[in-house]
Design a protein around this ligand. Structure first.
Ligand code: TTP
Ligand code: MG
Length: 389
């Protein structure tokens, strides 16, 4: 049976969420990003993109290209909330759903009727319930559906009919293929290959010889062949959050407050996933770009912000005692993740209490916003980085 796969991707996701909240921002060049001056663009409205602004670009460069752009700080908890609603809408259309990040998913709707009809109903529900626009690509496999949605953006709907995959892909640049980054693109250019059609015409043994196993994937993708199923991704092996400071710092209270904030975000994600961690790793990048990581293994897996923070803080104190170089970036990672249930009874009662408190705080924050409740350890942020919220 020929499959019907939808690739759904929200347009300018972070920016669109902000615009849905503040309609006066609609139709304007808007950028959502990290802290200036070192932050990068996470999402840019199509008006800002028209002036050359792209995701991943330093904010300073984005503002040079588009001086009138309105810059907003990222608000992950809010985007996560919207993402959950988006995924819930998708789940009404098929049990076979594969989320990719927050704003993107594959859906297998084989045998459920007209895929284009499903796609347009889905788009209008997203518009009416979330005030967002989505672009949908439809094809008989994931890779072609994804390329189709990429071409149809924004607010588009593009179907590649069965049998038309190769013709559809042929004129497109190879960079449209997942897995073709700068390096692969360069090698292909050296081989005289610019379009997907030219790539599809290369003999498989040559691609295997040049790119090893990924040469086979390239060959299949270029020919519109992708047998992979739509399935939920296997759970991540670790969760991490990190931040680069606007200026390199040795200010301990700032490092401590930032660590507190990052620990809460890691803890929140652990609890969202109903998982616990046994390994906590601190990451520091110094002003000279040298990077270190220091880890600690817990006896019992946990998900309490306080435990993550305290372990991280101990690692930070040790690292700073050894090196007095200013810090450029700080990050915290939890790994050796386990499911929640088997561990519960092993927690001591103090940790159990902390975790219960975290769940209550998570609940309040999801309802009323992240900054309604703030722990003492991040209070110094308000003084040091008045705009962090
Ligand atoms: P994308 O879907 O790649 O980008 P987008 O939704 O902003 O724009 P479009 O799909 O219309 O091209 O990524 C989804 C979100 O992920 C994006 O809104 C912000 C975040 N993101 C980053 O934080 N950093 C990045 O480098 C990219 C590409 C995305
Ligand atoms: Mg998107």
């Amino acid at each position: 049976m020929i499959r019907q796969i939808l690739h759904v991707d929200l347009d300018a996701f972070f920016v669109s969420v902000e615009q849905a909240l503040r309609p006066s921002l609609k139709g304007k060049p808007v950028i959502v990003g990290g802290n200036p001056p070192r932050g990068v663009v996470a999402s840019a409205s199509y008006e800002a993109r028209a002036q050359g602004v792209r995701a991943g670009m330093p904010l300073s460069r984005a503002h040079r290209l588009c001086p009138q752009a309105i810059s907003l700080q990222v608000d992950f908890p809010r985007y996560r909330q919207v993402s959950e609603k988006f995924m819930n809408i998708l789940a009404d259309f098929s049990p076979y759903i594969e989320p990719v990040g927050l704003d993107e998913a594959y859906l297998d709707v084989t045998g459920s009727g007209s895929a284009t009809e499903i796609a347009s109903i889905l788009k209008s529900r997203i518009k009416s319930e979330l005030a967002l626009t989505a672009t949908v690509g439809i094809a008989c496999c994931k890779v072609v559906a994804k390329i189709a949605s990429g071409l149809a953006k924004p607010d588009g709907l593009l179907e590649v009919k069965p049998g038309k995959e190769r013709g559809f892909l042929a004129p497109l640049l190879v960079a449209r293929l997942p897995g073709v980054g700068k390096k692969t693109g360069q090698i292909l250019r050296g081989m005289g290959v610019v379009t997907i059609g030219q790539l599809a015409a290369l003999p498989l043994p040559l691609l295997r010889h040049t790119f090893g196993i990924s040469g086979e994937t390239l060959y299949r993708y270029a020919n519109g062949i992708d047998q992979s199923e739509v399935e939920p991704p296997s759970p991540a092996k670790s969760i991490s959050r990190e931040t680069t400071f606007a200026e390199d710092t040795l200010d301990f209270s700032l490092l401590e407050a930032m660590l507190g904030c990052l620990s809460e975000r890691v803890g929140d994600e652990l609890r969202c996933q109903n998982r616990r961690a046994r390994c906590i790793t601190l990451k520091l990048k110094y002003a000279d770009f040298k990077e270190i990581t220091r880890s600690h293994i817990l006896k019992v897996a946990c998900q309490a912000d306080q435990v993550i923070f305290e372990i991280g803080l101990g690692l930070l104190e040790k690292a700073l005692a050894k090196s007095h170089k200013p810090v450029r970036l700080i990050g915290i990672k939890v790994s050796n993740l386990v499911g929640e249930e088997p561990q519960l009874s092993m927690l001591d009662s103090a940790t159990e209490k902390l975790e219960k408190l975290d769940h209550v705080i998570d609940h309040i924050r999801r309802r009323y916003g992240y900054s309604l409740i703030q722990r003492g350890r991040t209070l110094s942020f308000n003084r040091l980085l008045p705009k962090w919220r």
